[in-house]
Design a protein around this ligand. Structure first.
Ligand code: CP
Length: 309
């Protein structure tokens, strides 16, 4: 109970409830008021792979709610001495009430969830899933459009290795989105995911051209080419820098169209986009705080008050 390893661990009603709680928690996330409902609780931030946003927003979320955080990384811990993931997680189970785990190996979050009794929140497992990112993505989309229903969402870039788009596509089709998947042929969304999306009745369009899709988009979700997941550097070089969105590309975009990116960006979005009304990616990164606050409360069985002031 309380694990979130993939978006399948949450019903649509639970997703909406987390987003609604996150909305109420916005003043706490910004530091405008105190709500120490997680006082005495400990979060273990288990990061076996690099992170800025996910690790720090989990930490901010926990601290803003009065809880405390144990920060783990593979450098400076007994992982360097050969300790297994299983043993590491069994230790953490005794030290913390909930754990967020990021790991380079797909399946590591589920493995951890099976190994321990405390709730496990998947903070990104290899090229697998990143459900807590999806929650903040959905929150950002709802802020931009007022609803999650029936949007035309364009996912661009590394759809093969990009775990954010794997989780997000699954969630979006449950709210009736149409998806356009834009990637070079070598980085297409894995066939099993596309088949699964289609089996759920989703309208899916796959192409390699971004410029044709901008005018009809409600959301353009850019992603980084995941250099670290390529087995061969020459293969990476063939696709590096393939999609770059700049302000001139947005001339025909709909008013209100949201440009998003899980970040970090390399060169997928030119800084000229940053000052447009379309740019949502920095707000999106901040939204990791209220959504992860809401998720931590859910995992720890703590109700978010109906009114937060
Ligand atoms: N979006 C995201 O997962 O960023 P980090 O890798 O910095 O956590």
């Amino acid at each position: 109970m309380g694990d979130v390893v993939t978006m399948d661990d949450l019903t649509n009603d639970e997703i909406i409830s987390i987003l609604d709680s996150a909305e109420r928690l916005l003043p706490v996330a910004k530091g405008d008021c105190l709500l120490p409902v997680l006082e005495g609780k400990v979060l273990a931030n288990m990061f076996f792979e690099n992170s800025t946003r996910t690790r720090m927003s989990f930490e901010t979320a926990m601290k803003r709610l009065g809880g405390s955080v144990l920060n783990f990384s593979s450098v400076g811990t007994s992982v360097a001495k050969g300790e297994t993931l299983y043993d590491t997680m069994k230790m953490i189970e005794g030290y913390a009430d909930v754990a967020a785990i990021r790991h380079p190996r797909q399946g590591a979050a589920q493995y951890s969830a099976d190994a321990v009794e405390i709730p496990i929140l998947n903070a990104g497992d290899g090229a697998g899933n990143h459900p807590t990112q999806t929650l903040l993505d959905l929150f950002t989309i709802r802020q931009a459009h007022g609803s999650l229903e029936g949007l035309n969402v364009v996912l661009v870039g590394d759809l093969r290795y990009g775990r954010t788009v794997h989780s997000l596509s699954h969630a979006l089709i449950r709210f009736g989105a149409s998806l356009t998947l834009i990637s070079p042929s070598t980085l297409r969304m894995p066939e099993e995911i596309v088949s699964d999306l289609r089996a759920h009745g989703a309208g899916i369009n796959e192409t390699d051209s971004l410029s044709d899709q901008i005018a009809d988009a409600d959301v353009i979700y850019m992603t980084r080419i995941q250099k670290e997941r390529f087995p061969d550097e020459d293969e990476y070089a063939k696709v590096a820098g393939i999609y770059k969105l700049s302000v001139s590309d947005l001339a025909g975009a709909k008013e209100g169209m949201a440009v998003m990116h899980p970040l970090p960006r390399v060169d997928e979005i030119d800084p000229s986009v940053d000052s447009t009304d379309h740019a949502r990616y920095f707000q999106q990164a901040f939204n990791g705080v209220p959504t992860r606050m809401a998720l931590l409360c859910r995992s720890l069985g703590v109700d978010v008050p109906k009114k937060v002031k």
